[in-house]
Ligand binder design. Structure first.
Ligand code: FES
Ligand SMILES: [Fe+2]
Length: 437
């Protein structure tokens, strides 16, 4: 939760962002980013190996495996996984790969059973992954040790009711990974929110092309003139960078918009907003990047993450999730998609998502052509640059070929809890007072 002092400081900083006539003093000029970061198979392989194998990744919601014995398949980041709500109440993840000859131990997206049994030769595992049954045991050697042939685990931890996995057995705990976000997200009731909608769509562009449309508000007046622009004053946007590659944008509505009024129109009867959400979540647009691939504009109405899953160098699966506290008898809310019988899964992306994704395929096409050399970014787009710095750090800078690397120009002095902008704002206020005297 944020205290009143922090809220007041952030509000003052948003106003200061609106007033400034240049980037903050001392903020580095961002060097062009190499085109190959979006087009090179070599860089893509590094991302897969070091970023998606070592980061905490959104896997699902407890509503998908509500009871003991419930399990769900998950394969958005390469290896097929099964997430199991154990008979002992604990939630675990395993490779969905039988330790005999590699058949899947579950073959449906969801199910419930007190044991997991591979369909090929019926090797049987408990919900804690241990191997407890091998038919024709007599045909295996006498010293064949079942205890070392349990399902191979994948790290699995919860933030409230949201399930995260990590392929790296040595990864830091999820809460350490989230750092200050864990505290800032307390007010959004992750321990009580329900899963309302989860849909995915395939996009024809690199996952970063798709994701970066959600990491700056520079584009808002131009591609969202009637949808997002009435809610977000991009000139007063305040970006904050956090350790481990996470970030936040915070922007007030334009002065002529009454945000509460706009939202009240949107919220259906029976709807229950999240009462613990503070002033900024109620009155501003507050969107977080959780490194590497989660973007979520959190408010008192929704916890609606967008997830960007690379399926190849030039393709992405976009997952659109809506979570909310309670919606009474009203239909489950779905912030990002709308019904459409013509679509394979019966839904189509909402207007805002269509606007954000409209250029992806053409950008990817251009990027692979000869005219695309490098990417110059403004201060407003610094979240994108900082994200790329974090990618390289996660990969290990020495592992990134020099022609694909970004220079680490945004130093820790710009990363939470540090923020030189606050001191500049105070300095300018006192200079203005002196001038007035
Ligand atoms: S592959 Fe699973 S029991 Fe043989
Ligand atoms: Fe957008």
């Amino acid at each position: 939760m944020m205290d009143a002092e922090e809220v007041a400081r952030l509000k003052a900083l948003m106003e200061w962002e609106g007033r400034r006539t240049a980037p903050p003093q001392g903020f580095p000029a961002l060097p062009d980013m190499p085109a190959g970061r979006y087009t090179s198979p070599e860089y893509f392989a590094l991302e897969m190996e070091h970023v998606f194998r070592k980061s905490w990744l959104f896997a699902g919601h407890m509503d998908e495996i509500p009871e003991r014995g419930c399990w769900m398949r998950w394969h958005n980041a390469g290896d097929p996984i099964v997430i199991v709500h154990g008979m002992d109440g604990k939630v675990r993840a395993f490779h969905n790969t039988c330790r005999h000859r590699g058949a899947p131990v579950v073959t449906e997206d969801r199910g419930k059973s007190s044991r997991l049994m591979c369909g090929y030769h019926n090797w049987t595992y408990k919900t804690d992954g241990s191997l407890v049954g091998v038919p024709e045991r007599r045909d295996f050697p006498e010293d064949f040790d079942l205890s070392c042939r349990g399902l191979l685990p994948v790290r699995c931890e919860l933030f409230g009711k949201v399930i995260f996995v990590n392929f790296d057995q040595g990864a830091m705990p999820l809460l350490d990974w989230m750092g200050p976000l864990a505290r800032e997200w307390e007010e959004f009731a992750f321990d009580r929110i329900r899963l309302a909608a989860r849909h995915s769509f395939d996009l024809k562009c690199n996952w970063k092309v798709a994701m970066e449309a959600n990491m700056e508000v520079y584009h808002v007046p131009f591609i969202h003139p009637t949808t997002v622009a009435p809610l977000v004053d991009s000139t007063r946007n305040l970006n904050t960078l956090y350790p481990n590659g996470h970030a936040r944008m915070l922007a007030p509505p334009p002065r002529q918009t009454d945000r509460e009024h706009v939202r009240a129109i949107d919220s259906p009867p029976g709807w229950q907003p999240i009462a613990t959400v503070g002033e900024l979540g109620r009155s501003c647009t507050q969107s977080y990047t959780l490194f590497p691939n989660w973007v979520s504009p959190l408010s008192n109405y929704f916890v609606p993450p967008l997830l960007f899953w690379p399926t190849s160098l030039g393709t992405t699966r976009l997952e659109l999730v809506t979570m909310a506290l309670d919606w009474g008898d009203a239909p489950a809310p779905d912030l990002w998609t709308v019904p459409d019988a013509a679509q394979p899964n019966g839904r189509q992306m909402s207007r805002i998502i269509l606007e954000d994704t409209q250029f992806g395929e053409a950008i990817q096409h251009s990027m692979q052509g000869s005219a695309f050399r490098s990417v110059p970014l403004s201060y407003q787009e610094a979240r994108i640059y900082a994200f790329h710095q974090s990618l390289d750090r996660m990969i290990g800078e020495a592992n990134v070929p020099a022609h694909l690397r970004v220079e680490q120009v945004i130093g820790p002095e710009w990363v939470w809890p540090n923020d030189p902008r606050a001191a500049q704002m105070v300095r300018e206020a006192s200079q203005a007072r002196d001038a007035a005297e």
